[in-house]
Design a protein around this ligand. Structure first.
Ligand SMILES: [Zn+2]
Ligand SMILES: [Zn+2]
Length: 222
């Protein structure tokens, strides 16, 4: 086995909210996960085919409707389970939350997940070990996925910013605690892959965010 091959990562901005959808694949087996399919399903399917990938799971970073928009169609087309943290799966199944969240985002909330994830779960895909890091704050069940030194952050951490906490279930205090206790403790060279392209570059590192991200420099490292 050639261990010098790098993890395959495709970053694709999709849908009405330009969510960053990711395909992450094992370079040895081409088995893959699809993170936050945000609509434009045919575009995603074409890319999977062009790259010769075998998608094993759909992983949601959280339950906001823009990040789960392609779940239903792609789950059927690819015949794979949808995975979400148990806290968001529970939260977004509450009828009152569903109604409020629909109004806030203008799109329907997610269907129930097939697999409920917990903090520190490891998902094996080819030679990749995908670690689930529970980072509540943007939503109660927001997670980041750590894959071979790459952190897929959803709306927890952006390049130079962090997720909003004014939507239902959000908490700035909890978000800051997640950033402090779970993310900035990661190796400095960890690559940051955000859920939206809100910064001056589409990717970053933990080191750069610790120097330039005001949520970290002004609220945590003071
Ligand atoms: Zn969100
Ligand atoms: Zn988002």
């Amino acid at each position: 086995m050639n261990m010098t091959l790098k993890t395959i990562i495709k970053q694709i901005p999709l849908g009405p909210f330009q969510v960053m959808t990711y395909l992450v694949a094992c370079p040895h087996t081409r088995e893959a996960v699809l993170i936050d399919p945000a609509g434009e399903e045919n575009k995603i399917l074409d890319l999977i085919q062009a790259q010769g990938l075998k998608v094993k799971y759909i992983l949601n970073t959280h339950g906001h409707s823009d990040h789960v928009l392609g779940n239903a169609k792609l789950k059927e087309a690819l015949n794979v389970p949808v995975c979400m943290h148990e806290a968001d799966d529970r939260f977004f199944s509450d009828p009152a939350v569903r109604e409020k969240s629909s109004k806030e985002l203008g799109l329907p909330p997610p269907d129930p997940a097939d697999i409920r994830l917990k903090d520190e779960d490891i998902i094996e895909v080819g030679t990749l070990n995908i670690k689930v890091i529970h980072t509540p704050g943007h939503t109660p069940g927001s997670v980041c996925y750590l894959i071979d030194g790459n952190l897929f952050c959803g709306d927890t951490l952006f390049v130079g910013a962090a997720g909003r906490t004014d939507l239902i279930g959000g908490s700035l205090e909890t978000l800051l605690e997640s950033l402090e206790k779970r993310l900035i403790v990661l190796p400095k060279e960890t690559m940051v892959w955000p859920g939206h392209d809100y910064g001056d570059t589409p990717t970053s590192t933990i080191a750069r965010e610790m120097e330039e991200n005001l949520y970290i420099t002004d609220f945590i490292l003071i």
